[in-house]
Ligand binder design. Structure first.
Ligand code: PRX
Length: 635
């Protein structure tokens, strides 16, 4: 029996039991047999969730790019590592082999070094989904610099916040991005952001859309000439297993985004192991994850997990709707994609367009379908299963988080029987628990509660950059000695998990995590606004959409309310990004508050969801009369 490659349900249960009974031995065997270490560890695991502190493979030395690239050169130098499909279907796809990837990563790494970047420095990457994005992240890892990839849909303000929070020395960007029929001036956004980022000495600019852009002398440099002049070999920096590999920001319920810190050894082992099993990747398969590398899904399952397995991983620059809603299926046919991993929001948007655009294409190469980022509703699950998988390709509904680094609860295709809307069973090594409100673990089946993880796993984030206390408060304080996910879940009669959604103030819109605080802060910047509150409400395509309640300073504000709504969304676009725009904005004279002044979002959420039959207890409110008024004017 192989612990590394699980093929049957029985095998899963055996491996799972071993992973719980003897976790250190279990992970040690996997780490030892499937990866290249410069030096082995002194200790597999030490942990204390009270501090909290977790260390995997302590004392081990490695470089993750050696595992993702160099070691494959012996047998796979000419195999396609990155398969790049551009935005424009008439532009040619690019096949980048393992050898070419090696050479490009080394060149890029040498450029970083020449620009003064050394081990431990933070480098911000703000690029569209072009090969340079994957290459830049790997180049940072090659020399031990910590990459902080910021999704290129974030605004200048959001970018600046992230650059400053982790003191990035350098920004890597491009002259622009294609997004369907549109172009986006990425470099202009970087220029705006850098007005507030004194620590950035260098901006490297990839030429992509070939527009005329302003270059700041002494700071900005075109990337290509530097790469052309650089050597194609670069000795890998030898890293400790617990050295940070990257920072990736995610939204919190309150305040600043959280810079989740992922370290090297455990992250590599876990993303590689999950990739192999969750997608049942075989040697000549073509694997495609439609996420952006700006999110954790792209880090773990476009770059590191697939490459650590010597896979061919497809990177798509465009959007599902351009030139039409058949684009995904055209790419599946063109590249004979075997594993396809996307988000429920995309599935719902594509389902809405009807089957004609699906039926034009040959999807018979597909073997495994994946879903990630938000709960998948029953209708979308069946549409995906019937029309894309033709009931032959199992759907892996994978539950995990930026903080978990890798997939945590998921079926293993061809082993775990799937069940619509259920993420099913914990991956080996993962020990979930459901807690009631009082912090008591619910041990039986057929219960629902707050989803926690009781035991460390190799790819968990180790801290929040610069704020360990917040890490402790957010994840390890709600329940004793347990990691709290922020999600609610139920467990059915056979032990399958179904994730029911966030139980905090994070709202998932189109699969993107949005915290309410930065959006409310942005709205409050509008000169006419006194106060605001954001909640989520169900949306057919996006899963959730945002509903804003806004109090104006001047009650008699005479301006056209539609114009005000547009201005508010404009401010949100500037401060956070277009993904955070509100679908509904209700102007109101007050917000329901507790006597201690806290906004009662529970009530606002019910009104936004048109679920006002049972508003719960409003008697403790400071201003119960405001509830009636809000209900009367709800949109
Ligand atoms: O609420 C859960 C939801 O997405 C959250 C994590 O978001 P993020 O850190 O952006 O990572 C997304 C990609 C891993 C979770 O707390 N979520 C993620 N996957 C699922 C899910 N909810 C239900 N089912 C899933 N498969």
């Amino acid at each position: 029996m192989s612990n590394y490659h699980i093929k049957h349900l029985e095998e899963y249960y055996q491996v799972y039991r071993k992973s719980v009974r003897a976790p250190k031995q279990f992970w040690e065997e996997i780490a030892e047999e499937h990866f290249l270490w410069h030096k082995k560890w002194d200790n597999v695991l030490s942990w204390d969730f009270k501090k909290p502190e977790v260390k995997w493979f302590e004392g081990a030395k490695l470089n993750i790019t050696v595992n993702c690239i160099d070691r494959h050169l012996v047998t796979k130098a000419n195999k396609t590592a990155l398969l790049f499909e551009p935005n424009d279907p008439n532009s040619e796809a690019q096949h980048i082999t393992y050898q070419q990837l090696h050479d490009s990563v080394c060149q890029f790494a040498n450029v970083l070094k020449a620009k003064g970047i050394t081990k431990g420095d933070r480098v911000c990457i703000y690029l569209p989904m072009i090969p340079e994005l994957a290459i830049a992240t790997l180049a940072c890892a090659r020399i031990g610099a910590i990459h902080s990839v910021v999704f290129a849909g974030f605004s200048a303000t959001a970018l600046a916040t992230r650059i400053n929070d982790s003191d990035c020395k350098m920004v890597i960007t491009s002259d622009g991005a294609y997004r369907g029929a549109k172009t986006i001036d990425l470099k202009g956004i970087v220029d705006d952001a850098l007005e507030n980022c004194a620590g950035v000495a260098t901006v490297l600019v990839a030429k992509h859309i070939n527009t005329d852009i302003a270059m700041v002398s002494g700071r900005d440099e075109w990337l290509q000439p530097l790469l052309d002049a650089a050597a194609t070999t670069c000795a890998p920096e030898i890293m400790d297993a617990e050295d940070p590999l990257f920072i990736l920001y995610t939204s919190g319920s309150t305040g600043m985004p959280k810079g989740m810190v992922h370290t090297t050894g455990g992250y590599m082992v876990y993303t590689a192991y999950t990739f192999k099993n969750v997608f049942q990747y075989k040697e000549d398969d073509v694997y495609w994850c439609t996420a952006d590398i700006g999110w954790i899904t792209g880090h773990s399952y476009i770059v590191y997990g697939p490459l650590a397995n010597g896979a061919t991983t497809l990177m798509f620059e465009g959007v599902p709707s351009y030139p039409d809603f058949g684009r995904f299926w055209q790419i599946v046919e063109k590249h004979k994609v075997n594993q396809f991993y996307t988000a429920p929001t995309a599935i719902r948007a594509l389902a809405k367009e009807g089957l004609e655009l699906v039926e034009q294409y040959d999807l018979s190469s597909l073997k495994v379908l994946g879903s990630v980022g938000e709960p998948i509703n029953e209708e979308a699950w069946h549409w995906y299963n019937d029309n894309i998988g033709k009931k032959q390709s199992p759907i892996v509904d994978t539950w995990w988080q930026t903080e978990t680094g890798g997939i945590m609860i998921t079926p293993i295709p061809f082993a775990t029987p799937t069940k619509p809307t259920y993420a099913t069973l914990p991956f080996p090594g993962i020990q979930p628990a459901l807690m009631d409100d009082k912090g008591v673990e619910l041990k039986e089946n057929q219960v629902s509660g707050r989803l926690c993880i009781k035991f460390p796993w190799p790819s968990m984030a180790r801290t929040i950059w610069g704020n360990h206390q917040r890490y402790k408060d957010t994840y390890f304080s709600a329940f004793e000695n347990t990691y709290f996910t922020g999600d609610g879940a139920l467990r059915d009669e056979v032990g399958y998990y179904r994730i029911t959604g966030r139980v905090d103030d994070v709202i998932i819109v189109s699969g993107h995590n949005l915290g309410t605080a930065p959006i409310e802060d942005a709205i409050n910047e509008h000169p006419a606004v006194a106060e605001s509150a954001i909640v989520g409400f169900p949306h057919d395509i996006k899963g959730n959409a945002l509903y804003g309640y806004v109090i104006l300073k001047d009650v008699g504000e005479s301006r056209n309310q539609d114009n005000l709504r547009k201005e508010i969304n404009q401010i949100i676009t500037e401060h956070v990004g277009p993904i955070a725009k509100l679908d509904k904005i209700q102007f109101t004279s007050g917000l329901p508050k507790t006597r201690s002044g806290k906004i009662m979002r529970r009530i606002l959420r019910k009104i936004a969801c048109n679920d006002t039959a049972n508003l719960g207890d409003t008697s403790t409110l400071l201003n119960p009369e405001v509830v009636e008024a809000i209900m009367a004017n709800a949109i």
